[in-house]
Design a binder for this molecule. Structure first.
Ligand code: DOR
Ligand code: ZN
Length: 343
């Protein structure tokens, strides 16, 4: 049993850094990563080449001095996005994010008519810009635990048939159905998996009281769904890679009568993954999950520099203070016994 794990500097291929004081407070927590795909769901959302470039500059300014972290920027798709918008963001953004309108935090400006977006998606396919999908329907009559599965059938499958050459990432897969769907695709489809969906299920959200820090979207599901996610992440399958969906919210936002969705995992995602992969007897697959599978799908050079995780005494991390209140760090429900060496 080794007490260190050497990894290529990892990629977090789905990250919320927010803006303003929260960006300042959380940016350092991702600095061990080589790169991250930055989510565009700010208020207002990041919908143009100019606002993407300006956001990237603010992120770089918020990083610790000397941090070797590259933000990979994304466009927020709306009903008003045009093929010309895609022309304009080529070279500024690597991907565009599809939020069905009202599916999750800051998605009110998301897409209502996904079929009408077809010319935009075709232009993305031509230019090699990836489509990142929040895969949940929003129809009131669809149960929240079924929204991912229904989205695959009603929305994603027809979309992929309409634009077969588009590269698509099904983000933060939360169900066995989602895993099976990605596995069933011939090519052009991969999925990200978060650290929190690997370690909690809906009992951890709802048994013994409501646990708001475990509330995220897509909502955590049954134990058997979590087990399918662990299997997909840890078995070396190149179609799955890491995207934390680390989503910081302050306590006033998280703990109110209508608590916000999102788990702030950035400071603990590597220790959680080391725990999960070690428990699965699959530490040899951790490095490719973190730095190879995603880079290959995105067509970006894999990182060469390394970091080391070391086994340590159990620890917990305190909340991160901000002017708007503290941001609690996600608690996986077990002792953290790995840390980044030299951190
Ligand atoms: O839990 C989530 N939080 N899921 C999302 O899709 C969005 C994110 C956020 O921005 O807070
Ligand atoms: Zn997200």
């Amino acid at each position: 049993m080794s007490d260190t794990i050497t990894l290529h500097r990892p990629d977090d291929l789905h990250l919320h850094l927010r803006d303003g004081a929260i960006l300042e407070a959380v940016a350092a927590a991702s600095a061990d990563f080589a790169r991250a795909i930055i989510m565009p769901n700010l208020v207002p959302p990041v919908t143009t080449a100019d606002t993407i470039a300006a956001y990237r500059t603010r992120i770089e300014a918020a990083l610790p001095k000397g941090a070797a972290f590259e933000p990979l920027m994304t466009l927020y798709l709306t009903d008003d996005t045009t093929p010309e918008t895609i022309d304009a963001i080529d070279g500024v953004a690597i991907a565009a994010k599809l939020y069905p309108a009202h599916a999750t935090t800051n998605s009110a400006s998301g897409v209502n008519d996904i079929e009408a977006l077809t010319p935009v998606l075709e232009r993305m396919a031509e230019r090699g810009i990836l489509l990142l999908v929040h895969g949940e329907v929003t129809d009131h009559e669809v149960d929240i635990f079924d929204r991912e599965a229904v989205f695959l059938e009603r929305v994603l499958d027809p979309l992929r048939r309409r634009v077969p050459s588009l590269k698509v990432v099904l983000e933060h897969i939360s169900s066995k159905t989602g895993i099976d769907y990605v596995k069933s695709a011939d090519s052009g489809l991969c999925g990200t998996i978060t650290a929190h969906h690997l370690v909690i299920d809906r009992n951890d959200l709802l048994v013994g009281g409501i646990h708001p820090y475990n509330y995220c979207l897509p909502i955590v599901k049954r134990a058997r769904d979590r087990e399918a996610l662990v299997e997909a992440a840890t078995n070396g399958d190149t179609r799955f890679f890491f995207g934390s969906d680390s989503a910081p919210h302050t306590d006033p936002k998280k703990l109110g009568p209508c608590g916000a969705a999102g788990c702030f995992t950035a400071p603990v995602s590597l220790p959680i993954l080391a725990h999960v992969f070690e428990e699965a007897g699959a530490l040899q697959h951790l490095d490719p999950f973190l730095s190879r599978h995603g880079a290959a799908f995105y067509g970006i050079a894999p990182a060469e520099a390394t970091i080391t995780l070391e086994r340590c005494e159990p620890y917990t991390l305190p909340p991160i203070p901000t002017p708007d209140g503290p941001i609690a760090v996600f608690d996986p429900g077990f002792a953290l016994t790995w840390r980044v060496a030299g951190a």
